[in-house]
Design a protein around this ligand. Sequence first.
Ligand code: HEC
Ligand code: HEC
Length: 304
Amino acid sequence: MKRLLLFLGGWLVISAWGNEPILPLPDPRPLSEAARLGERLFHDPRLSGSGRISCATCHRLDEGGDDGLPLPTVQNGSHPHNTPTVFNAAFNYRLHWYGDLTSLEQQARAALQRDMQVDWQKTLLRLKADTGYRKVFDNLFGGLTADSVVAALVAFENTLITPDAPLDRYLRGDTAALTPQQQRGYALFKAHGCSACHQGINVGGNLLQQLGVFGRYRSGDPGRIAVTGRKEDRNVFRVPSLRNVAVTAPYFHDGRVKTLKKAVELMAQYQLGIRMKAGEIDAIVAFLNSLTGRYHSRPIGKRQ
Ligand code: HEC
Ligand code: HEC
């Protein structure tokens, strides 16, 4: 039922924007005081149990909002999943590769526990020892607590929006914003049905789908069944957002795909059951490069 509602919701949004399956991103609002506080916390390793890891260790805002690694390595032991970007995560209805979380609040708590092994007692004492922090927390939230730390982080994450990608300018009527090859790539993206799953404002991020609709996907990771225990969730993953995808290699939930070209080729095989011609793959890759937006007025990401 939920999936049907999501589908209908997506369809309504799409119909409201002419016939395009993708909507342009809005500009972020100026930072509120809470968001400014959240920005400091996002970069502050004192939040972690070890005192050495911050959100920004894995989500680098000077790059693609991720860590550029197949799997994060800074944590004790290894993590089974590739780090997704935090940019535009506020527009994902489903969070994490299993799509098991649905709000940034839930996610920030999970990240602090799992990725940063927070010891709240220690962390709150450390932060309270900083009079700068204490004053701002008192003014804004009436105190420095786990809840107010999470609220400030979320306020900041809501500003991590990367507008003004060439595709957004194109959707707003600037037809010269995409090269002819990118326009062809966009047409193929729609015609082949990529946009059945990767659509909406984030070009993904709101649906759960089987990986390997055409049965070619094999891996050690069973997908969402790992958290729900339901048979129908085997090999089901959250459809990732493709915004800024050109600067967030490597790809897939386990980070095993190094290039965008390979990712597109595998998607065509796994999800659509087709083998795409090299020229078509190149055009779609060119189109995906038009999804790179700006943060602080500069195109994001150094890699690629
Ligand atoms: C050790 C590296 C690491 C650290 C530190 C870390 N993250 Fe993450 N983050 C990840 C990984 C890996 C995932 C994907 C988890 C999954 O799907 O199982 C993720 C997922 C996310 C997502 C969901 C994105 C999406 O579209 O699904 C958000 C938002 C996020 N992290 C924010 C944060 C915040 C805020 C902090 C600090 C409180 C933080 N992260 C700390 C590695 C990290
Ligand atoms: C049936 C739904 C579906 C269709 C159709 C589909 N995808 Fe995907 N796509 C997914 C899912 C699910 C993943 C996540 C894969 C994983 O977790 O390993 C994904 C991942 C990706 C990624 C990697 C993103 C990242 O950050 O790791 C790219 C690029 C991509 N798709 C592009 C495409 C293109 C191009 C097409 C059309 C040729 C397409 N997809 C068609 C569901 C779909």
